[in-house]
Design a protein around this ligand. Sequence first.
Ligand code: 13P
Length: 254
Amino acid sequence: MVQKFRKKIIAGNWKMNKSVAEAEDLASGIRRALAEVADVDVVLCPPFTATKVVGDIIADTAIKLGAQNMHWEGYGAYTGEVCAAMLRDLYCHYVILGHSERRMYFHETDEVVNRKIKAALEGNLIPIVCVGETQEEREAEQTEEVVGRQLRNGLVDLSGDLKKLVIAYEPVWAIGTGLTASPQQAQDVHAFIRGVLQEVFDEDTAQSIRIQYGGSMKPANAVELLAQPDIDGGLIGGAALDARSFTEIVQAAQ
Ligand code: 13P
């Protein structure tokens, strides 16, 4: 097996936080600290209402813009939704898909996530595909079954440059709880995910795809998590809402 170099990718998922003015402040702080960073991919995913202002602030830097969700159709009567072309129009490069909060509160199924991934790839966006088990599923030793199913169903029938896909392993029990998977727990699941990617795609693709960890990642635990061989970055919630802690996590990835 050829070990591939994978550039680390740290993305901030701001979820439903920040007014336009607050987003401007946060993006400006992150820009001041990270505009020159080239050895880590940095992505900001503000709420839709702040996408434009954040995009303008980071426009001439290496920091990239992402969205937190999108619809699978290209246009039409889907009240409240946005499509891939609208995100590209605002210079988004990435889109988070299948986040556990969307699966849980908005009943997104693996099939829906699959449709969205296809639409994102067709629309020239890089999907950040989230998978992860609940506390009950972990306790019942179903982690691999659940994560394997989410991946196999979510990634079926894709075409295009699949090496650019990003997967985020986010154990639901670690999101916003202050509980973090131990580096070993996370590494075990990441290695499992890479094995599934090899089955679904091929070895070269599986070795190229970056797998982020998400779930209470903070400056204090980032170094150890990011040192694991199959952990290629982080998808950060709470700690991404503060310029200093987000910056420190990016520095931990360098
Ligand atoms: P926290 O970092 O707040 O646990 O959130 C993780 C997450 O859900 C990122 O998408």
